[in-house]
Design a protein around this ligand. Structure first.
Ligand SMILES: [Zn+2]
Length: 159
């Protein structure tokens, strides 16, 4: 899914932090790029006016950014940005139903008919946009849903 030149880089060339996250469970490996064994801590950033997809990668610690295509370090302006966050954390969300307006806002996929109201799903990742948030679910990795159709499910921590 995120097959990039940055897949081969493990340590930040600027601050030397380790970009490797937790190991990807065997059953979820098909959701990530081929050969990926660990989650990446790199943050994918999307600029919606520019390109529909990730435009650059950002180091989670020093916040240095690199162009996705050229690999060059970039200095960003105050562009409207979308950060794709926490591919590492597994969170559960409960689907609470959707209206036409919620689905159409930000061109989301329609959860109606796909998801069951009141049922709990696993959050694969979220994209934070300026005015709304999109959820990607592990059960439907190719679909994007408006976060307002869900409530977060609190789980007991295992520390
Ligand atoms: Zn860094």
């Amino acid at each position: 899914m995120l097959s990039e030149m940055f897949d081969d880089i493990r340590f930040c060339p600027v601050c030397t932090t380790d970009w490797q996250g937790k190991p990807i469970p065997e059953k979820d490996k098909h959701l990530y790029s081929k050969g990926a064994t660990h989650y990446s801590r790199l943050i994918g950033v999307e600029i919606s006016e520019k390109y529909d997809g990730i435009s650059y990668w950002e180091c989670p610690d020093c916040h240095t950014r690199w162009d996705r295509f050229t690999g060059k370090k970039i200095v960003t302006s105050q562009a409207r940005r979308i950060a794709i966050q926490s591919r590492e954390a597994e969170r559960k969300v409960r689907y609470i139903g959707a209206s036409d307006a919620q689905v159409n806002w930000g061109s989301n996929d329609d959860p109606r008919g796909l998801l069951e109201e009141g049922k709990t799903y696993t959050l694969l990742r979220k994209e934070v946009h300026t005015w709304h948030m999109k959820y990607y679910l592990k059960e439907f990795p190719d679909k994007k849903f408006n976060s307002v159709s869900f409530e977060e499910v609190k789980e007991e921590r295992n520390e």
